[in-house]
Unconditional design. Structure first.
Length: 116
């Protein structure tokens, strides 16, 4: 079965950190650009960060630059999002995504809540 499964979400206080993981199964991530998106209640889904298939190029939304780091481990078929200095406005469901010219895969989402 082709799927992406996120983990690592939860409740964290402002200023805290979380590391999201996304495991791919049924296909290999090597040939895919990958990214993280999020959707807050009442808002549209937005791109957070992405990384090229080689890992040599990354992009970040302005709102998370300097706080979030995307990475990938093709050998483990995994992708990650390290989130530091979290803010209440980072509260959302986070989704991982893998896409190339043929396919576009999404995870089921993991909730991140930043609150004191």
């Amino acid at each position: 079965q082709l799927q992406l499964v996120e983990s690592g979400g939860g409740l964290v206080q402002p200023g805290g950190s979380l590391r999201l993981s996304c495991a791919a199964s049924g296909f290999t991530l090597d040939d895919y650009g990958i990214g993280w998106f999020r959707q807050a209640p009442g808002k549209e889904r937005e791109g957070v960060s992405c990384i090229s298939s080689s890992g040599g190029s990354t992009n970040y939304a302005d709102s998370v630059k300097g706080r979030f780091t995307i990475s990938r481990d093709n050998a483990k078929n995994m992708m990650y999002l390290q989130m530091n200095n979290l803010k209440p406005e980072d509260t959302a469901v986070y989704y991982c995504n893998a896409r190339n010219w043929q396919h576009d895969y999404w995870g089921q989402g993991t909730q991140v809540t930043v609150s004191s």
